[in-house]
Design a protein around this ligand. Structure first.
Ligand code: DOR
Length: 432
């Protein structure tokens, strides 16, 4: 006996193939029909009138903190926050404790994700213990399904180690090496962007060059090895220019930007509120403009959250002592709509490409990212593009509270999210 189906009624279906008003009928985890005024028996009908029906969003960059820091987040709570944000898949960063440099630990995250509200794809470390010396067992991790390798939170400092990682990844189908591009020595001791604001505030800075030096070097290593490099959370105009140039030369590089790097600037640090502390740091107005231009012209492939939950007490420390990072999963879509689509920087389909099908392709999550068409897995989200709401940290599903957007008014909200045909969010309420 098959399960009752779900009918998404009256939405505007947007995927990589285009845009049309249609009902979407889902049965047994799969889209079975997309068309006008579908009639179906034995279905649960979810209203999508006035809404966008899109492939579920895919986050290339989320810290779910399990194992080791479950007070800040768990796979279960992070995946719930993700589903509420419209995500049907997230790549879970490996800077856990212990780190995801070992098949047994990766296996435990895969197991924890089995009943979660979205698909959880663990990334693996590039080097053992993220120390930058010895390669992690990338082949064994790849056999478990790992496709994204990164030491995120730490940069792979040694060009020799990075070269070996790229050469090895080149033999693993679909593998991508993702670099946290911040030269540790240049950024050492810094807590915000180095510039006029850091001088005025007397907070030691992290110069833009800490990022660009590593991006420039790794573009050269992508050329040397022919293996794909993905640049995590690109934050500077100079890095965007380097990626643009590398792509023009046909090199296998991709890049992501986080919503805070197109929404906020270093001026926010004048509050001394640790909610605005993040690595790489919030930059200048000119950098924000460059990130937007990079998103608009395709230089930047992906909007990724860099969701980085921290324990409430940890983020209550003084600015210079607090850990870097900010929540992102429940606000990324609305920030993209409010900051980029509403002002005309991107059209809706381009925004969804950055949030869904481009990251799905880079992470090898081929079940995700659409299309919304018969025979394809029903990983979908339904977005009310006109809904206005205000960010209230106490109403976020994440276990942590460190959002920098407290009180900010946003436009666009997730109404329903469907994972493998099952509504995991209905009318903005999590079902798992
Ligand atoms: O601000 C950050 N926080 N940047 C990173 O790269 C790591 C992250 C974390 O794990 O908290």
């Amino acid at each position: 006996m098959s399960e009752p189906g779900v009918l998404l009624r009256g939405g505007r279906v947007v995927d990589a193939g285009g845009d049309r008003i249609a009902d979407v009928l889902v049965r047994d985890g799969t889209v079975v029909e997309v068309g006008q005024k579908l009639a179906a028996t034995s279905v649960e009908t979810l209203d999508a009138g006035g809404c966008i029906v899109a492939p579920g969003l895919v986050d290339l960059h989320a810290h779910l903190r399990e194992p080791g820091n479950e007070e800040a987040e768990t796979v279960e709570t992070g995946a719930r926050a993700a589903a509420l944000g419209g995500y049907t898949a997230v790549v879970a960063m490996p800077n856990t404790d212990p780190p995801l440099d070992d098949p047994a630990v990766v296996g435990s995250v895969i197991a924890a994700g089995e009943h979660a509200a979205c698909h959880v794809a663990p990334a693996g470390c590039i080097t053992k213990d993220r120390r930058g010396h010895e390669l992690a067992p990338m082949g064994e991790l790849h056999q478990l399904g790992v496709r994204v390798f990164t030491d995120d939170g730490a940069c792979v400092e040694s060009a020799g180690v990075m070269r070996r990682a790229l050469e090895y990844a080149g033999s693993l189908p679909g593998a991508v090496v993702a670099q946290h591009a911040e030269d540790a020595a240049l950024a050492a001791g810094g807590h915000m962007h180095e510039g006029a604001w850091s001088s005025r505030l007397g907070i030691p800075g992290r110069p833009a060059e800490a990022e660009t030096i590593v991006v420039a070097r790794d573009v050269m290593l992508a050329e040397l090895t022919g293996t794909a490099v993905h640049f995590l959370h690109v934050s500077t105009g100079a890095a965007v220019a380097l990626v643009r140039d590398a792509k023009a030369r046909g090199l296998p590089v991709t890049a992501e930007a986080a919503p805070h790097h197109f929404t906020l600037t270093d001026a926010a640090c004048a509050t001394f509120d640790p909610a605005f502390k993040v690595h790489p740091p919030l930059r200048t107005d000119a950098d924000v403009d460059a990130i937007k231009a990079g998103l608009a012209d395709g230089t930047i492939d992906v909007i990724a959250t860099d969701h980085a939950p921290h324990r409430v007490e940890a983020k209550e420390a003084p600015f210079e002592e607090a850990p870097p990072g900010m929540l992102g999963l429940e606000t990324a879509l609305a920030l993209t709509l409010t900051e980029l689509v509403e002002p005309g920087v991107l059209d809706l389909a381009a925004a969804l490409a950055l949030l869904s099908w481009r990251p799905a392709a880079i992470a090898g999550l081929h079940d995700h990212g659409g299309p919304v068409a018969p025979g394809h897995p029903a990983h979908l989200c339904v977005i009310d593009p006109a809904a206005q709401w205000e960010v209230d940290p106490m109403r976020l599903a994440s276990r942590a509270r460190n959002t920098p957007y407290v009180g900010r008014k946003l436009t666009g909200r997730v109404r329903h999210t469907m994972l493998a045909g099952e509504p995991v969010v209905i009318d903005g309420v999590a079902q798992r």
